[in-house]
Every structure is written in C-alpha cells, then in structure tokens.
Design a protein around this ligand. Sequence first.
Ligand SMILES: C[S@@+](CC[C@H](N)C(=O)[O-])C[C@H]1O[C@@H](n2cnc3c(N)ncnc32)[C@H](O)[C@@H]1O
Length: 350
Amino acid sequence: MIHKFPTINFIGNKEKIAPWICDNFPKEANTIFDAFSGGCSVSYEAKQRGYTVISNDVLKINSTISKYLIENNSEILDFDDIKMIVTGEPFEGYMTENYADKFFFKNECMELDLYRKNIGKLSSDYKKSIVFALLRRAMIRKMPYSRFNINWDKIVQLRDENYSYEKYKRKRAYHNKSFKTHFLDNVLEYNNAVFDNKKANISLNCDVFDLIKNIKADIIYLDPPYTGTMNNYFEFYGLFDEYITSEKQSPIENDFINKKTSYQLFENLFSNLQNFKYWILSYNNSSIPNKEQLLDLLNKYAKDVHVIERKHDYKITGRDNKETNKEYLFIAKNPSFESTLIKQYESAEL
Ligand SMILES: C[S@@+](CC[C@H](N)C(=O)[O-])C[C@H]1O[C@@H](n2cnc3c(N)ncnc32)[C@H](O)[C@@H]1O
C-alpha cells in the first residue's frame, strides 16, 4: 500500500519542498530531530526515507499531529471507533461556553463538545491523536482563512455562501458542512497515512529551548517561524490546544515574532546545538535576520557553512495572489562534534 501525507493545511508548511530538503541531508545520517515540526511534512518525508525521526513542537496540536503520523507506526481508527466518535447528543461544554458565536455557531460548538468527550473513550493515545488531527482539519475547513484570528462578524460574512459567491465567485460551501461530514470525509485518508518505517520514532511537545540539551541526533532540522512574516502560530492554532485540554493556554514564550529579539533567539539556538553533527535551517529571503546575518551567526558557531536556495511559490490561504519567495536551506557542521564524542567515550565506562 502506498502511504501518502494527508491533507493537513498548515501555514508555513514545507510539503512541496520536503523532498528537496531531505535530498540535502548528509548521506551518513540516520537520526533526525525536527525541532519545529509544525504540520509534520518534513518529519513525514524523513520517516518515509527510513530515518529515525524525533519531532517536536511547542503547540500541543502540532505534537499531536506528530504523535499520529510520526511516532505511531500502526494504529488506525476502526469502524467502531469512527461510529463511537459521532454518536451521542451534542451538549454545552467548554467549546460552547467559550467559543459559541466567536469562531463557530452554538450548535457546531456543541457538536465539538460531544466529540471531545467521545475521544476520551478511545483505547489509545495514538487513536486519540488521529481524531484530534481529523477534527483540527474539520475546524480549519469550516474557518474562513483557515486560522483563528478572524473576528466573528467577518466569519459570518464569509460563511454566507451568497455573499461569497457575489464577491469572490466561489460559494465555499465546505465552511458550512458539519464537523461530522468533514470527519467522515477524511477519516480513510488519515488512516491510510499511518505506516511503519521500523524505527522507534518519537513525538515531543516542548519549547525547543527547554529541550535542546537533552536530545541527540545526527541532524537537527530547524524550521522556526520566519520573523517578519505572518507567523503567530499561537494565534492561528492555539484554539486547538484549548480543545485538547479544555483550558485556556499561554502564548508561546520564544515565538520568533518580535523583530528586535529574533536575532538573539537565533544566537541562543545556534550556541546550544553541540549534540547534533549537522545543522540544517530553513529560512527565506523576506524574513529577519537576512541571509548574510544568518551566515555570519552560523559561522560563529559552526563550520563548513553553506546555503542553497530555490524558488518556492506558496499561496497565502484566503488570498488569491501568489507570492514568489526564495527559500533557503542553510547547511552547517558542528565543529565540536567529534571532540564531544571523544569526550563522551573517554568518560564512559564501556
Ligand atoms: C514554520 S512552522 C514549521 C512548519 C513545518 N516544518 C511543516 O512543514 O509543517 C514553525 C513551527 O514552530 C513552532 N514553534 C514556535 N516557537 C517554538 C518554540 N520556541 N519551540 C518549539 N516550537 C516552536 C510553531 O508552533 C510552528 O509549528
């Protein structure tokens, strides 16, 4: 069976260029740490190529996607699971109390509350992660612009199919399909994406700065939010973390949004990558720091630094204009890796 990356719909995803990114991984590498894994397109490509993959993201929903697609090697939803999720009476729970007429209509929030309760009855965390990923997809599909920083009046206006048709010549009827319909429409595609690459892959949910010293891998792949672009992931997707936990969530601390502090965050990152032999960073030509600044910074902490680039056209969801963007891949080697390894050998009792 051919396993295909499912439709995730993630702002800033690398789905189209994930093969190019992985083609540039050094040949001798076996393990990769995807430190900002987001919608998991690079982790999934790496898993398909047989690497042992460790995926991490500070948002719970993104780490839930990697639990489903990367760490999970075999579990899928069976017919009874699917039926159980959509069975029962909608009720007024966390989503209704907090988000009725804010992001969805009241009856829709009640439907979400029912499904959230039913998820608790599933027999494993892997099955739960598949359903969370499916409901994420359903919520995104029903949300104009596919992100949760739009005000309610605008949402209602854009979900009006007649208005949408008159203004944009598209009805966008998928905004008004039920969560159940979206869930059932996508469940086979999501099940089919699960596969076993015979490796013990891991999904983590941490701020990268709390984690970096405790992970070891041949390659660290860095795809942070691009400072200066539309990159507020907590605003876009923080609602899903609330759906998972039924609690208000705090914004991301080290979020790469502030142009004044972003350079310092990169410096903190690059100065703490001793555990990885190769460092690979995605960035683009319209973000801060710029290419030269990043090269200077990398050269301070790494050796054999070089950058390759390619065109990457992406469509900003909800807008019709395409932007032409040059995508960079910085590749660097850890200068102290061999000596770190020798030190570890010398101090270990083998
Ligand atoms: C550009 S996206 C990654 C896209 C991903 N490569 C893909 O293909 O879908 C950046 C990700 O970094 C995460 N992030 C932001 N700050 C973080 C931090 N301090 N630690 C870990 N993850 C963080 C965001 O939640 C977001 O998912």
